[in-house]
Design a binder for this molecule. Structure first.
Ligand code: 5GP
Ligand code: MN
Length: 312
């Protein structure tokens, strides 16, 4: 049975959940699926552990996303989540679990998983699923978050392994009454001034290693000094990646004392998902992440020296 038939058959409670620290694809996937399914299913809910970043709060249905899951779901849909632990919830109970995702790394949960690692975004996979379910149901409120996920995960159509799929999906969604210009403007051209102060501090740390790797460091005190948080810095990894000749860009974010979140971005030279996995993280070839304990110097040295090995 296909994932579409499985969802259609479900008469009980359906949960739609994505990962903690949600990005555009996580939020877009959850809202696209939720705004669609609520017209067909009386008992469906969307849940995300963390707050929705300011930039995505304009998306339709965002106020209906819950912060705590129900006790039980007959069918639980994990969207853009490589492993259930990345939901941030440790008490999820369900009858059937299905993962709809485009991550290279992760856990398989069974027959209903719908995973394609070449897809530009999880929302692109959801478009295919919803087209098969009922094209009539893909209204503006469904298409808008799905387009937002595609736009952000491709970095505004700069990254991806299957550009044909990106453009076909964008073309399809653009015919559903959405305003592509307005969505791009709301997501990319609406930064608070504080975010630029944070960026300025971050760029002061920019370091280039052997013309191959560049990194920035976001220390906890930077967020305190500027009244920002790590969500405001979601896209900053683009700066080290943008340095000419550099093949890998890294962002080290101090999440807590001696606890770092590491974002890796590449230009098709190194399989960053594989490296992230070695440290317990995961992701895609050109966009991956991991978490690491240790002081700043040790964490930076560990990650940078591991990636440098790829160039030996
Ligand atoms: P980001 O650097 O934007 O946080 O994440 C880049 C990509 O790597 C995303 O697709 C994200 O899901 C994945 N990723 C980031 N951190 C982790 C992690 O700690 N574990 C796993 N499995 N994937 C991660
Ligand atoms: Mn994604």
């Amino acid at each position: 049975m296909s994932i579409v038939d499985r969802i259609k058959r479900e008469e009980g409670k359906i949960g739609i959940i994505s990962h903690f620290d949600p990005d555009g694809d996580a939020i877009g996937s959850v809202l696209g699926m939720y705004n669609f399914l609520k017209k067909y299913k009386p008992n469906v809910e969307a849940v995300l552990k963390d707050d929705i970043p300011y930039l995505f709060q304009f998306l339709p249905g965002v106020e209906e996303i819950k912060k705590t899951p129900s006790n039980y779901y007959d069918l639980l849909l994990l969207l853009d989540v490589s492993d259930i632990t990345r939901t941030g919830f440790d008490n999820l109970n369900f009858g059937t679990l299905a993962r709809i995702d485009h991550h290279k790394t992760g856990t398989n949960y069974g027959d209903f998983d719908y995973i394609n690692e070449t897809a530009p975004s999880t929302t692109a996979l959801i478009v295919d699923i919803l087209k098969e379910y009922d094209e009539e149901g893909i209204t503006k409120e469904v298409a808008e978050p799905l387009y937002a996920g595609l736009l952000t995960d491709t970095g505004g159509f700069k990254y991806g392994r299957d550009f044909k799929k990106s453009f076909e999906t964008a073309l399809y969604l653009s015919g559903k009454g959405i305003d592509c210009q307005e969505i791009a403007q709301k997501i990319f051209l609406r930064k608070r001034l504080e975010v630029f102060k944070l960026l300025s501090l971050a760029l002061n740390t920019l370091t280039v290693v052997e013309d191959k790797i560049a990194y920035i460091v976001l220390r906890k005190e930077f967020f305190e000094m500027t009244g920002t948080d790590s969500q405001d810095a979601q896209s900053f990894v683009t700066y080290p990646l943008s340095v000419d000749d550099v093949a890998v860009g890294i962002k080290f974010t101090e999440a807590d004392d001696n606890f770092w979140k590491v974002s890796l971005r590449g230009k098709n030279r190194v399989d960053l998902a594989a490296i992230a996995e070695e440290f317990g993280g995961g992701g895609h070839i050109n966009a991956a992440g991991l978490r690491m304990k240790g002081d700043e110097e040790t964490v930076i040295n560990t990650v940078v020296s591991r990636i440098l090995k790829e160039f030996e």
